[in-house]
Design a protein around this ligand. Structure first.
Ligand SMILES: *[C@@H]1O[C@H](CO)[C@@H](O)[C@H](O)[C@H]1NC(C)=O
Ligand SMILES: *[C@@H]1O[C@H](CO)[C@@H](O)[C@H](O)[C@H]1NC(C)=O
Ligand SMILES: *[C@@H]1O[C@H](CO)[C@@H](O)[C@H](O)[C@H]1NC(C)=O
Ligand SMILES: *[C@@H]1O[C@H](CO)[C@@H](O)[C@H](O)[C@H]1NC(C)=O
Length: 651
């Protein structure tokens, strides 16, 4: 079920080559470890609690606390994928029951209207590298993300970016708890309500993503050493088959292949070569053929594990192989930062000595220009031009050098939570990775060559510059340019006494969840008397009429198969009590925008329940992230990291 939902929702994740993961238990004291990892329900772990628990477990465990620091007790590894030519993948080193959360909650960063702001990303042009486009998800995993903009895409670092796809062995999926529990969605609404964070006038608002509750879970029980595989959605095939130069079977193909082999063995036995070759020659469907073993000699081995598992024989690794070839990815966990304006921060789950590697992360290469935001300005003569007005929020999560058009986005879990501290207080730094998976020869390439690669191959190590204790917030020095820009942002903010109400041009900013608590969806007439706050609107669940034809015949929309109604703008015209019940029948005018032409069509729809099909949402572009005054600056490298010949913007 969840799997199916992901298929429907993830519109544009195409290819992922790297991998990494997270897990939630299995060291000495399970509860303490859960807490250290942000808990099994880590919507927003309070730092003080986290730290308190860490210390408590330390005390309780006495001398045994070193257990937590044992580098061999890692539960998630980044290591070469079992799928040939697919780069790195993620493995669990502990068995995981079905439905287990993997790792801690991760940040999701909403890209606003990338097609509009970066039209070049759809061009096939070796000069415009667009690695990011291969890794984004639809805005839906961020719940209200899809309501906040015209067209949103999500950058969700961690497992969603790193696990590979093998469609016969999908064993993990992105969580959709937010579907039935909107208050758990990890949006800004929730965090403001929790009252832990800044106020409307806070200088840091809009400079980080509040979507910090992106989670993954196992779809079936996983064995120790098993590689994690995630579905990238149906559109992935075309690109992937082009990329890998061969057919990629789906789950259905592997199932069909398994059936075929069983029938074959019944008729011809296990080693009739001529009959098997004849069978292969008869199969037209290339994907089905690719799911079958090439040689009859492999029949026994295939029957034992199934065609899907047989196709990636190394997809369950031994513990020794993992410790030898893998990089531990569960040393960092997200929690509430010790820094006031920063919201989330990254905390160490183990003590790391000075000079030790805290974590390692593959990085995506990005073009700084692709993160620019534009506004269309109408000239007097009727023509339009595009004016550069700001940057995508993603800029704040990228690493770069002020003199280079190249930016890097780290994909490993919790790395995006690493905050800035001044030189004195920082306890970690970025270095090119010392691991063999880091393609250090790429550093000699010209920028042009690098852009043509459209692959990940560069890795950072996050290295402790001071001894780090378990529970410490890990802090990087973001560099002089960053620090200066931040200081001037604060100074300007204070001198002009700005606040977000002003910047958004709205009278009121009311938190969505405070509205939702009322739980009564008002009709147009009722709203005339008591209007909604100006940043809130009403939406109704809707699917194209063809999909609801059957329901429409009965004059009532019962549930769009209850799986995935898209929430679109609507007006509730009236609500009539249904005879003999205490329930209402709603009549609504619903807006449907064609994804192809952008044309809006109005439909009249009847609903017999408000609960599942009507809700209040933010109006597009009213959240902090869209404010013009929000801080934007990439994280700076310390000297010597960015090769000289990549400093293309140097005057
Ligand atoms: C293999 O199958 C063919 C039918 O395709 C049959 O004629 C032949 O005898 C079988 N060979 C063996 C060794 O069983
Ligand atoms: C496959 O297993 C059967 C017994 O189940 C055995 O007779 C046969 O020799 C095996 N074939 C190969 C190629 O190993
Ligand atoms: C660094 O930051 C800490 C904590 O905010 C502060 O106490 C200290 O004075 C700062 N040091 C410098 C050199 O700015
Ligand atoms: C923001 O500024 C407006 C106008 O300057 C003011 O009316 C409002 O009270 C301010 N809001 C906050 C939360 O400071």
């Amino acid at each position: 079920m969840a799997h199916k939902v992901a298929l429907l929702l993830s519109i544009c994740l195409q290819l992922s080559r790297a991998s990494a993961g997270g897990i939630t238990y299995s060291r000495g004291d399970k509860n303490a470890y859960l807490t250290a990892r942000g808990g099994d329900d880590s919507s927003d772990t309070d730092f003080k609690t986290l730290r308190g628990q860490l210390t408590k477990s330390t005390a309780a465990d006495g001398a045994k606390v070193t257990n937590y620091d044992d580098p061999n007790t890692c539960s998630i590894y980044l290591a070469p994928s079992s799928i040939p030519n697919s780069g790195l993948g993620l493995y669990t080193s502990v068995p995981l029951p079905e439905g287990t959360q993997i790792g801690s909650s991760q940040v999701g960063i909403l890209l606003q209207d990338p097609d509009f702001h970066n039209p070049s990303r759809n061009e096939v042009n070796p000069e415009t590298f667009n690695l990011l486009g291969n890794y984004v998800w639809s805005a839906t995993p961020l719940t209200y993300g899809e309501h906040q903009v015209q067209h949103g895409e999500s950058v969700c670092s961690g497992i969603g970016m790193m696990a590979n796809a093998h469609y016969g062995l999908i064993n993990i999926d992105i969580d959709s708890t937010w579907k039935n529990k909107p208050e758990m969605d990890g949006t800004d609404s929730h965090s403001i309500m929790a009252g832990k964070h800044s106020t409307l006038s806070d200088v840091g608002r809009g400079s980080f993503s509040w979507h910090s509750n992106v989670k993954y879970h196992t779809l079936k029980s996983m064995r120790a050493g098993e590689e994690m595989f995630l579905s990238y959605g149906p559109q992935w095939y075309e690109n992937a088959e082009r990329e890998f130069g061969g057919p990629i079977p789906s789950k259905e193909h592997y199932d069909e292949a398994d059936d075929m082999l069983r029938q074959f063995v019944e008729r011809f036995g296990r080693d009739n070569k001529s009959a098997y070759d004849k069978l292969l020659a008869r199969i037209q469907d290339k994907r089905l053929k690719a799911a079958l073993p090439n040689r009859v000699e492999d029949m026994n081995a295939t029957l034992e594990v199934g065609t899907a598992r047989f196709s990636v024989k190394d997809s369950i690794r031994s513990p020794d192989w993992l410790t030898e070839n893998g990089v531990c990815l569960d040393n960092l966990v997200g929690g509430t930062s010790t820094i006031a304006q920063a919201a989330r921060g990254a905390f160490a789950t183990k003590s790391i000595p000075k000079g030790g590697i805290i974590t390692t992360t593959p990085v995506l290469t990005l073009n700084r220009n692709h993160l620019k935001l534009f506004k269309e300005v109408h000239r007097k003569d009727g023509s339009t031009r595009r004016r550069h007005v700001g940057h995508q929020l993603l800029l704040n999560y990228c690493y770069g050098h002020p003199d280079s058009s190249l930016l890097f986005f780290p994909t490993s879990p919790s790395v995006s939570f690493l905050n800035h501290a001044n030189k004195t207080n920082a306890n970690a730094e970025i270095r090119w990775s010392s691991l063999p998976y880091h393609k250090s020869d790429w550093l000699d390439m010209s920028l042009r060559e690098l852009k043509k690669l459209e692959k990940t191959g560069l890795l950072f190590d996050i290295v402790a510059t001071k001894p780090i204790e378990r529970g410490d917030e890990v802090l990087l020095y973001y560099g002089e340019e960053w620090e200066e820009k931040w200081m001037s942002h604060i100074a300007n903010w204070e001198s002009s006494q700005k606040n977000f109400t002003d910047l958004l041009g709205l009278q009121t900013i009311v938190d969505l969840s405070s509205i939702e608590k009322e739980d009564i969806i008002k009709t147009v007439g009722e709203l005339e008397e008591e209007p909604l706050p100006s940043n809130i609107m009403t939406r109704c669940g809707f699917a194209l009429p063809s999909e609801t034809e059957e329901a429409a015949k009965h004059g009532t929309v019962k549930g769009f198969s209850a799986s995935d109604p898209k929430f679109v703008p609507c007006d509730i015209l009236d609500a009539d009590l249904m005879e003999g019940t205490d329930r209402y029948m709603y009549r609504a005018k619903v807006e449907h925008r064609s994804s192809e032409t952008g044309e809006i069509t109005l439909y009249s729809v009847k609903y017999d329940s408000a609960q599942n099909f009507m809700r209040y949402t933010d109006k597009p572009y009213t959240r902090d992230q869209f404010s013009k005054g929000a801080f934007r600056q990439p994280i700076g490298f310390s000297d010597g990291i960015m090769p000289e010949h990549w400093l293309d913007l140097k005057k």
